[in-house]
Design a protein. Sequence first.
Length: 369
Amino acid sequence: MAVRYELIKQCSQTGARAGRLHTPHGTFDTPIFMPVGTQATVKAMSPHELKAMGAGIILSNTYHLYLRPGHELVAEAGGLHAFMQWDGGILTDSGGFQVFSLGPLRKITEEGVTFRSHLDGSKHFLSPERATEVQMSLGADIIMAFDECVPYPAEHDYAKASTERTTRWAERCKAVHARDKQALFGIVQGGMFKDLRSMSARDLVELDFPGYAIGGLSVGEPKELMYEMLEHTVPLLPITKPRYLMGVGTPDCLVEGVLHGIDMFDCVFPTRVARNGTVMTSQGRLVVKNAEFARDFRPIDSQCGCYACRNFSRAYIRHLLKTEEIFGLRLTTTHNLYFLIHFMKDMRQAIIEDRFLEFRVAFWSHYQR
């Protein structure tokens, strides 16, 4: 089996769990946050910097790599690991969410999705088979079945038809997947309807994937509704296989996701907001670019051990950002990624020591929404 999940410890009072994910390019402790390297690079970071801060597995995007430089070129280079010189784990998403986000630029049918490139308007077609073949060429350790992300809000009839089609697409992906050292995960959809989430989880579990993602959340719905969907859906998935919540990466959502038994997370949030001068701290978000930090000579977060916090002040980082120096963006990105990676490690340790509820209470006592 290309990817195997090992359960190490289950919280005695919640669904939170600590585990270990075994892949062809390393073994990683869970729960884990995966930095996003959309176009075969995590923005502003080098591979050795990511490794030094404790990143084990990163995510790249099928849609973007399909458009440029092209999956054939990546395959010719030896696959994503060789192309980007990253020897850790790689997960590629199927491109379904990106196609979904194109709105009027795409048309969905039973066969697949016809869309126009956001780069030059050129016309393309992605079917479940094509999306799987592209990901096999990219050579990631974990790839995702092609799905349609149900928008929010959506009518029940639309969500039902979409979810049923996603299951049929998952079957087609599995039928063509033929790479032994690669795991294909199914994606549970269903919108904000519990009956559809149940149907999707049941049908995908019957297909016996080595892991399961929960998609179609964090797409504009209230966070309380997302948590309600997680509480309903996660118990329907096998305890022996990894569970991946797609597109979630703020500290509050990570805590609540782990509470409900999620093992893997990814999100562009930490790198995207870093480029706007926003950093995450143990007390909540801080916009270091603001004028109030012009003479603040404290680190971003005194409890953080990242390179930025060990060496530089808020005042200096603000100066770099205001003068548009690239080093400023690198420091804020370094901090945000390090913060989340180690935040997950702290949660894992709390689960191991059976004090996750105390960890959660302490987090919410000082975290500013």
